[in-house]
Design a protein around this ligand. Structure first.
Ligand code: SF4
Length: 328
């Protein structure tokens, strides 16, 4: 999605570059309390290359919320002035209205890094302005979760932030170190458990292929172990995709990282699922999960709610088996 950075006015609001697929599919309202990434060092990540992180002023974010309300009224009244609204802002608001105005996503990559009082102030303003909102979600880094006191997390949750999307990527410390995640497996576990205890729905992202050839098996096994400790609401599978503007790309060029095949990544999914002991929804809700079955159909549903574990474990493993057989 195109970014409208620094382009706010009476008729526009800022929109960052990414949001989770389900927030797009459910046409969530996009509000941008922070710009870019507070960490910006993960070796595989192409999104905020060279862009400076900033926590925006709460009054500016509130002006964005006011602009959304204004655009909403203009769309309802079919006002001629709607022509003054940038296309991306208009399409976010109209999609959100058509979906019942139920969900909102806070961009960019780590809203939880905001001072607690400011985040609560903005959440309360958002909920007060749009009482129809049933779910507000955000990306969060594990280290940002750990930096908040439990009481702060509970207050943020009570103010309306319901779900945290956390990039676990791997449960293996060698892999986490090699990709500069800036968080250890033990910190991921503590953060995930803490967020769950504070009442958030937790969505953890895992990345088959991130260990390359070298750490493939350990990556899968230790990822399952960490997920078992957290037992999150959602586990979302995002196989590695390499972008040219990343450190990982340069490592591959220098022969410092050996990519494994998409079949090896499916074997990693097999190891993860075999070793999971969780009550979570396992989701393949991204086009990078492109494995096919013998009829040429996608191996896994891309449904945002995914497969319920443990109930669907045998079914998923059966699909993995089919995917491995036809490709081998
Ligand atoms: S924390 Fe997220 S957004 Fe930031 S560099 Fe890492 S993967 Fe990218």
């Amino acid at each position: 999605m195109k970014s409208s950075e620094s382009n706010t006015s009476k008729y526009s609001f800022e929109i960052g570059p990414i949001r989770p697929p389900n927030e797009g599919g459910e046409s969530s309202l996009l509000i941008r309390p922070t710009r870019n990434c507070s960490w910006n060092r993960c070796a595989f990540c192409p999104y905020y290359d060279g862009k400076k992180f900033r926590i925006r002023d709460v009054e500016d974010i509130k002006k964005d919320i006011d602009a959304v309300e204004r655009i909403k009224e203009m769309l309802k009244e079919n006002s001629d002035a709607i022509g003054k609204v940038p296309f991306d802002c208009r399409s976010v608001v109209s999609g959100w209205m058509q979906s019942g105005e139920k969900t909102a996503f806070l961009q960019d990559s780590n809203s939880l890094i905001m001072p607690t009082e400011e985040l609560i102030d903005l959440l309360e303003y958002l909920v007060e302005t749009f009482p129809s909102l049933e779910r507000i979600t955000s990306y969060a880094r594990s280290d940002a979760v750990l930096k908040k006191e439990m009481e702060e997390l509970e207050k943020i949750r009570s103010a309306g932030l319901k779900r945290l999307h956390i990039g676990l990527e791997s449960g293996d410390d060698n892999v986490l170190k090699s990709i500069n995640k800036g968080v250890t497996s033990e910190e991921h576990i503590r953060a995930g458990k803490k967020a769950m205890k504070a009442g958030f729905e937790v969505s953890e992202y895992v990345m088959p292929g991130l260990g390359g050839d070298k750490f493939s098996r350990e990556h899968a096994l230790n990822t399952a172990k960490v997920l078992n400790q957290i037992d999150p609401d959602y586990i979302r599978v995002r196989p590695l995709s390499v972008y040219p503007n990343t450190e990982l790309y340069q490592k591959i060029e220098r022969d410092d990282f050996q990519l494994n095949s998409i079949l090896d990544r499916l074997r990693e999914v097999k190891i993860i699922v075999e070793n999971l002991e969780v009550s979570s929804n396992l989701c393949f809700d991204h086009s990078w999960n492109s494995w096919r079955d013998r009829d040429g159909n996608l191996l896994f549903d891309m449904d945002y709610e995914g497969y319920r574990l443990p109930e669907k474990k045998d079914h998923i493993l059966q699909r993995v088996k089919e995917g491995l057989e036809i490709n081998e």
